[in-house]
Design a binder for this molecule. Structure first.
Ligand SMILES: Nc1nc2c(ncn2[C@@H]2O[C@H](COP(=O)(O)OP(=O)(O)OP(=O)(O)O)[C@@H](O)[C@H]2O)c(=O)[nH]1
Ligand SMILES: [Mg+2]
Length: 307
């Protein structure tokens, strides 16, 4: 009689990984890279991510649920406080924490120091990922690694480029070994928990972040009002961009409607690529003086009002 010599199927594993880091460190870029598609928007400006975003990576028997968080910074507005709460809230229940540090900065920034202090206070270990190695000299990386290692909170140190993917597989392999055995929390083909309506609003907000200057991106929010499916496979999406003042509306709309047209075209293109079908995107710009103090807008962003 022949006996099967096949190895027993790999044990199912699943865990939540909080991705923390100063604004602009590259958290969302890393999460998108790990997932293999855009689930979280990215821009060269700080504080792009506003709420907790999940990026789900399923490789064989292992599912990693990466929690992208808003960059942690000194909160002023209620909206900012809610963003900070969302970031630490993401870390509280996580099976592992990855701290992303922008190695291209001149020195270790205050936000990163604040997070390290927070980890110490909570007696939590984290995995350090020095990011943007594609634009940083090796000696500098080694110096940074030594300096941060001395803090005594890091179990491992990785040097990565979220942009090029360099080092990211090694990081994911280590994370896979750290998450507990257990069933997958999400279907294996799911990449995020955000509904398509919010993701679509975020795609438009990304364009506004990229195309508008200074404080304006922080003074606006985007919501999807309606989503209509057509028999030919296309869809019509209507969104509202809320700003705080008439003067801001004038800039967002632009001369002869130029700015909002360019935002619309770029966002529509991106949505078509993401969904691999025709999308008709319609944008409206509305003034809502106190949208950043409106519980309904908070809910739409996915933030807690009571923080
Ligand atoms: N050269 C280089 N740029 C990177 C890398 N990773 C991210 N960036 C850039 O850094 C900027 C910020 O990236 P994000 O992913 O939005 O950073 P974040 O940490 O999510 O920022 P917040 O959401 O604002 O907290 C963007 O312009 C990215 O293209 C990298 O590995 N190398
Ligand atoms: Mg982000």
């Amino acid at each position: 009689m022949s006996e099967t010599t096949e190895p027993s199927p790999e044990m199912s594993r699943c865990g939540f990984i909080a991705v923390l880091g100063a604004p602009n460190a590259g958290k969302s870029t890393l999460v998108n890279r790990a997932v293999g598609q855009k689930v979280s928007i990215v821009s060269p400006k700080v504080q792009t991510t506003r709420s907790r975003v999940l990026g789900i990576v399923t490789e064989g028997a292992t599912q990693l649920v990466l929690i992208d968080t808003p960059g942690i910074f000194a909160p002023r507005r209620r909206l900012d406080r809610a963003m900070v709460a969302a970031a630490w809230g993401g870390a509280a229940d996580a099976d592992a924490i990855v701290l992303i540090v922008d190695a291209a900065r001149k020195s270790i920034d205050d936000e990163t120091r604040g997070i390290v202090a927070g980890l110490k206070k909570q007696k939590r270990n984290a995995i350090l990922a020095l990011n943007k190695i594609d634009i940083v000299k090796r000696e500098k990386l080694l110096g940074l690694a030594a300096e941060l290692n001395a803090e005594g909170v890091f179990s491992d140190i990785f040097m990565i480029s979220a942009e090029t993917g360099d080092g990211v597989d090694d990081l994911l392999k280590t994370l896979a070994a750290r998450v507990p055995e257990g069933p997958h929390h999400y279907p294996d083909d799911q990449v995020t928990d955000a509904p398509m309506r919010s993701l679509a609003a975020e795609v438009t907000r990304e364009q506004l972040f990229r195309q508008l200057q200074q404080e304006l991106p922080y003074a606006l929010t985007v919501e999807t009002d309606s989503w209509e499916e057509f028999d030919d496979g296309s869809a019509k999406i209507q969104q509202t961009i809320f700003v705080e003042r008439d003067s801001q509306k004038a800039i967002v709309v632009g001369k002869g409607g130029d700015r909002v047209r360019q935002v619309r075209e770029a966002a529509q293109r991106e949505l078509q690529q993401m969904m691999e079908r025709k999308i008709h995107l319609f944008l409206f710009v509305k003034v809502r003086e106190n949208w950043a103090d409106d519980p309904e807008r908070f809910r739409a962003i996915g933030l807690d009002w009571d923080t």
